[in-house]
Write a protein that binds this ligand. Sequence first.
Ligand code: NDP
Length: 471
Amino acid sequence: MAFDVDLFVIGGGSGGVRAARMAASTGARVALAEESRMGGTCVIRGCVPKKLMVFASQFSEVHETSLRYGWTFGEGTFDWRSFRGHLHAELDRLEGIYRKLLDGAGVRIHDARATVEDPHTVRLSTGEAVTAAHILIATGGRPNRPEIPCAGMAMVSDDVFLMEELPKTILIVGGGYIACEMAGILNGLGVQVTQIYRGAQILRGFDEEARGLVAESMREKGIDLHTGTDVKMMGPPETDFDMPAGEPLVMQDEVRRRGPVKVKTTLGGEKVYDAVLFATGRDPNSAGLGLEALGLELGRGGHIPVDEYSQTKVPSIYAIGDVTGRPALTPVAIRDAMAFARTVFEGQPTPVDHAMIPSAIFTQPEYGAVGLTEEQARHQEPIEVYATSFRPMRTAFAGRPDRVLMKLIVSQATRRVLGCHIVAPEAGEMIQLAGVALKMGATKEDFDRTVAVHPTMAEEIVTLRTPVRRG
Ligand code: NDP
């Protein structure tokens, strides 16, 4: 049977765009549909605008630090609207580049929502149907909201980049990547930030010692961080939480209202904030695609189950990136895309490799991690832990209390470094390079025989002599 195209990609984010371009470069006829803006979460409402906001937020410390270095810059003020204008101009530019790349590769772009009608047919919101030998679903994820009345009054991460004004006070709910990064950003921009997290320590799943230092540093910088607490009720400022249920103003989620929000926490405290941000996780964007009708059962939370070649139970349909429930990271989606294109269009079956993924959380200070945490490694085998914590030269000179942590977890049996954890300014840059060493299977002795680069923070990672713990 002749199809209109060889590949139809649904979703123009990091994964979808890369898969479309790679497939097209093999001579395949490719089409791609995107219902929103080209570039997806990473470019439009995630990594890129977030990182630019991190940069913006870091200037607030320049004044204080510069004084010790003999400079005087004055207090400085931050103009959100001016920054937001530049930010969105940059996002427009990047979106344009994504479109150009697809055009240049010969990919036909449909600015429309697409659903899957049968294993080889995609139906567009324009009414057009396109048949395809293969369909690739790369629809990513979306922020979720807890199911409590008036949750619609809160922002999710998508909304932060579009705010008209910076709030004076904000309550951030959650203890994961987004909550902690946003807390640092908004605090740096001068917003009074309260963050609440339901668990005992933020950044669940990461190394305990590193999480501890990140939390301590966040508090040190002025974030009012409370663990073991969650939102119990929320509503407009005039809400009386003590009224019997149903009596007070209970807004439907569809009725979104921005403006001050009154929140009652599980610890009983009540306070009105200018804004509330839910950073309580992201869900796969799989609803309404028509997959269930094809017999494709979605996994828990709505992710699309795939095998190691990103193929679903319907042989002509593949899925990559956040919608699969794999680690929700742009570079993972891009790797998935490349492995998919190689497998399907270059005849080289390539399984995706998700071992030893380095990642960084852009808290302030940053936290970069690769491999196992101390807790995971200890559970697996006998280990040695090498770690140092110190005040880095740049800020110590300025009298600031900032601390850095460098930590290696080493297998006693093989001497291989099983995990590396760095909490420091620019830890994201450092962990990328440590990631190469760990992926190659470096031993502690390989780190030891590497000459230090002096004077740097990173040199401490090759000068760790004595284990601080064994077991
Ligand atoms: P995470 O899964 O990282 O964190 C979600 C947080 O919300 C957790 O602290 C979780 O608590 C809490 N939570 C979940 N449900 C509720 C609820 N109903 N009420 C209260 N708290 C709740 O999600 P994020 O939204 O922060 O980020 C999504 C993903 O995006 C990340 O996992 C990451 O893969 C990716 N990302 C990566 C970045 C990077 O690489 N720098 C930056 C931003 C995002 P608990 O721990 O108890 O479950």
